[in-house]
Write a protein that binds this ligand. Structure first.
Ligand SMILES: [Zn+2]
Length: 428
């Protein structure tokens, strides 16, 4: 942790030249190439006219994809075009070299291969989860969204202060642990993330520490249509809401003295808006190290309701069918009895960080904010108007998501014997 913090400071102090290198982080070079991996549909609808040298590929998972080339400074244009022409978020991965893009496409893992990994999900930890649910506080979620959406001009990965929200989340999450020696946090570097770091907080498992449960959201923001590095980009819904929701779930669990059987990791990803870079760096690293991730839950946009549809929507694509079913079962067990409804949403290739885990062969699922099935979402994302004031000045919509995060961590992470909600003597 310490060496990474020092690298963060070095990156902060040493990146004035366009090609300056500092630690493992490269400075932002506006005219360096970026290699975009997208669906053919996105290439034809949104990338025509700005992308060059396109090549069709079939990836290792069987998806038809296109690798094309733009300049780094055009990545916000890519996001804007997908946003305005296809009415959707995300939609691509991006790389600094064609070789990296080719290797990524080649290495994609098929859903069938993920399904063949024997992970059994069970719902039997009501003793831990039920007491947590009423402890979720809207005002805590509100305060975290407020900080993240007002303390910085933006959280764009290439802006001058891109490191600041990473450090704040690191310190805030670790602060909730109150010195527990089974809880640690690191700033996780990514070569294509500029001065921005992902954050990983780990609660070490008592019985199966090698089996990892991940709950994630992205910490960066973006506003389109001007100078991306300087524009106001509050990113209150996209995705301060996800970070704030996870922060509150973490607070409730740690305040109860909970210790998991499996290792539980909270992740705040850097540079999602320019091609899922922070999450992909982590998923790749975990894959290389042979780490066993048993389930990933992504929260990207939790705090708005469009139309009259369900209160939460489960992504139907780029995620694991078995884990989707399990999340739906968690909803039936814990949330449905207190009132909310669950729908579905299909978001397309590479739409948020869950796709990074999926493509690396890990079971992953994502919950998305309220609205009709495949209907709309918060209309002000990727703009200076993505503020709490435009979401009813409340974090009330996110409370259900924090409760789902608690159900997920309680039931996938389970509870160590002898701790609150755990069996005094583990009978099994
Ligand atoms: Zn987002």
């Amino acid at each position: 942790m310490k060496t990474i913090r020092i690298a963060a400071l070095a990156a902060l102090l040493g990146t004035t030249g366009a090609h300056a290198q500092s630690g493992t982080q490269a400075a932002y070079d506006a005219f360096a190439p970026a290699y975009v991996v997208s669906s053919p549909d996105t290439y034809h609808k949104s990338l025509g006219g700005i992308a060059r040298n396109a090549q069709s590929r079939r990836d290792g998972a069987g998806n038809d994809v296109v690798i094309s080339e733009v300049s780094q400074h055009q990545l916000p244009d890519v996001t804007e075009r997908i946003h305005s022409r296809e009415r959707r978020c995300g939609g691509f991965f991006s790389f600094e070299t064609r070789a990296e893009a080719e290797a990524f496409v080649h290495s994609a893992v098929s859903p069938a291969a993920v399904a063949s990994i024997p992970i059994v999900y069970t719902i039997d930890n009501q003793a831990t989860v039920m007491p947590w649910l009423p402890q979720v506080r809207e005002d805590n979620i509100y305060r975290t969204i407020k900080h993240l959406s007002t303390a910085y001009q933006n959280r764009y990965y290439a802006s001058a202060n891109a490191h600041a929200p990473s450090v704040w989340i690191h310190d805030t999450w670790l602060g909730l642990a109150a010195g527990r020696d089974d809880v640690s946090a690191v700033l996780f570097p990514c070569s294509a993330c500029g001065n921005q770091y992902s954050v990983i907080l780990s609660i070490e498992g008592s019985e199966n520490p090698d089996e990892i449960v991940v709950l994630g959201a992205h910490l960066d923001s973006i506003a389109l249509g001007g100078n991306t590095k300087a524009m106001l980009a509050p990113g209150a819904d996209d995705d301060a809401s996800g970070i704030a929701t996870l922060t509150e779930a973490l607070r409730v669990a740690l305040a109860s003295g909970w210790k998991p059987k499996r290792t539980v990791m909270f992740m705040a990803y850097a540079a999602e808006e320019v091609g899922l870079r922070g999450s992909l760096a982590i998923a790749e690293s975990f894959k290389t190290d042979g780490r066993k991730v048993v389930g990933v839950l992504q929260l990207d946009m939790t705090n708005y309701k469009s139309g009259n549809g369900p209160d939460l929507r489960l992504m139907t694509d780029n995620s694991d069918p078995a884990l989707q079913s399990f999340v739906a079962a968690l909803f039936e067990e814990y949330l449905a009895p207190i009132g909310p409804t669950l729908g579905s949403f299909t978001c397309g290739y590479g739409c948020s960080d869950h796709a990074s885990w999926t493509i690396k062969g890990y079971p992953s699922a994502m919950l998305f904010e309220a609205g009709d099935d495949d209907g709309g979402y918060f209309p002000y994302i990727h703009s200076p108007h993505d503020k709490l004031e435009n979401m009813g000045d409340s974090a009330g919509r996110s409370v259900y998501f924090a409760q789902m995060a608690l159900a997920f961590m309680g039931e996938v992470g389970k509870t160590a014997a002898g701790t609150p909600g755990g069996r005094v003597a583990d009978a099994r």
